[in-house]
Design a protein around this ligand. Structure first.
Ligand code: AMP
Length: 421
């Protein structure tokens, strides 16, 4: 026997753990909500030049240093599977929009991202994000609007057990001052840091604040606070964001230790956390990135965005809260060839119905056809065999009530329309 080929470690078949309709209903809800807020979908390639992520995400981030799927194409060019969505959207924005003097845009995307991480619950090598990117304004009201959009999406999916954490990273100047203070502090306390964090100290001390190393936690707890390094302009921006959020009725907590894992953020950053997720508790995160468009070769255009992890969200949603349609509502079961032809000829009309319908092809017993109907979750079965053929009737069986009635062929379409609603 030849060996079975299996899916790659950390990459999942999405229907395997939850019905695919759960994914579809999240996507549909997101599209509807985002489009009502003036966002349009953007679809960028999954593969980009490696340099885009090095410059966009940051060369000293874990993602770029350790997690990218990078390879050479046949022309020796270094390409990478996208590890996140923002860099590609910014590249596309610069390429297609800024040339035409349009320095504004509201985009959303959904699709797979790739990071070579250690797979575990809630952490995969191929995972899916839904994200938005909003270009053109640097106003605290917009920061709150974007956070509100995400909050609304989660609530519209009946998710209640989550918390919103926000912080301000200040501008690059505030961050530079903070970084020096942080470096000085951690260098003074280097003997208490874990090995991993000593390396972070050399490359990017901000990353130590994200560290999960138990040995480093005490030193991290006493580290200088970013909020003390914000300029007064950044402080008032952050206060205004908080006031706008209060205005919108969005509950939040300020977490001055939250720095997020990507280099491009500044000013407002945020994360939605669920305590029901275990170790990988972040459902979504985002923030402002006012310098990224310029640093990728575009004009100065402020921007803000977020990305939501679909796998984590899907794992939190219970299928029965989402009002999913059954796989098949009306099942046509033919017990002889003539009836099969009759149902086949009806297909153009039955496909016009709003309900999901399915014909059971092939000769098998009534019993096995009814079993199949039940397996597909059919609510109604339309049966026809030789005697029904001769009489010009059909049997309509109500699967829930376990009752059935005879109906004339001429009535069938009217009856189907009625039960489809
Ligand atoms: P990030 O792009 O790292 O800010 O991540 C945004 C969101 O994507 C996170 O809050 C997670 O919900 C999700 N996410 C990030 N990495 C993974 C992963 N390896 N597997 C599953 N979900 C992920």
């Amino acid at each position: 026997m030849s060996q079975k080929i299996r899916a790659i470690k950390g990459m999942e078949d999405l229907f395997a753990t939850k019905p695919v309709q759960v994914w579809q209903s999240i996507e549909a809800q997101a599209r509807s909500l985002f489009e009502r807020a003036g966002f349009q979908e953007i679809r960028t390639p999954i593969v980009e030049e490696t340099a885009l992520f090095e410059r966009g995400v940051g060369e000293t981030t874990e993602i770029v240093e350790k997690e990218m799927y990078t390879f050479k194409d046949r022309n020796d060019k270094s390409l990478s599977l996208r590890p996140e969505g923002t860099a590609s959207v910014v590249r596309a924005f610069i390429e297609h929009f800024t040339d035409h003097q349009i320095q504004e845009g509201r985009f959303y995307y959904m699709g797979p991202m790739f990071r070579y991480e250690n797979p575990q619950k809630g952490r995969y090598r191929q995972f899916h994000q839904i994200g938005v990117e909003c270009f053109g304004q640097d106003h605290p009201g917009l920061d709150a609007e974007i956070i509100f959009l995400l909050d609304q999406l989660l609530r519209s999916l009946h998710l209640n057990q989550f918390e919103l954490k926000i912080n301000s990273l200040g501008s690059s100047e505030c961050r530079q001052n903070y970084l020096s203070a942080l470096k000085e502090y951690f260098t003074e306390h280097r003997s208490q840091l874990a090995e991993e964090d000593l390396q972070r100290l050399e490359r990017n001390p901000l990353r130590i604040l994200d560290s999960k190393e138990p040995q480093s936690q005490e030193v991290i707890g006493q580290a200088p606070d970013l909020s003390d390094y914000l300029s007064s302009e950044n402080q008032s921006h952050f206060l205004a964001v908080q006031n706008f959020l209060k205005n919108l009725g969005v509950p939040f907590q300020v977490d001055s230790r939250m720095v997020r894992g990507l280099d491009y953020y500044e000013k407002t950053v945020f994360e939605f956390i669920s305590t029901d997720l275990g170790a990988q508790s972040a459902i979504a995160g985002g923030g402002r990135y006012n310098r990224l468009v310029k640093s990728l070769g575009g004009p100065v255009v402020p921007a803000i965005g977020f990305a939501l992890g679909m796998e984590r969200l899907v794992s939190l949603l219970s299928a029965d809260r989402l009002n999913l349609k059954s796989l098949t509502k009306i099942f046509f079961a033919a017990l002889d060839e003539e009836s099969e032809k009759y149902f086949s000829a009806l297909l153009p009309q039955t496909r016009q119905l709003s309900a999901v319908t399915q014909v059971d092809w092939g000769s098998s017993s009534l019993k096995s056809k009814m079993k199949r109907a039940a397996r597909w979750g059919a609510e109604w079965v339309v049966l026809s065999g030789e005697s029904e053929q001769q009489k010009g009737v059909l049997i309509l069986r109500d699967m829930k009530a376990s009752t059935q009635e005879e109906i004339a062929r001429e009535q069938l379409l009217d009856v189907l329309k009625r039960i489809s609603e």
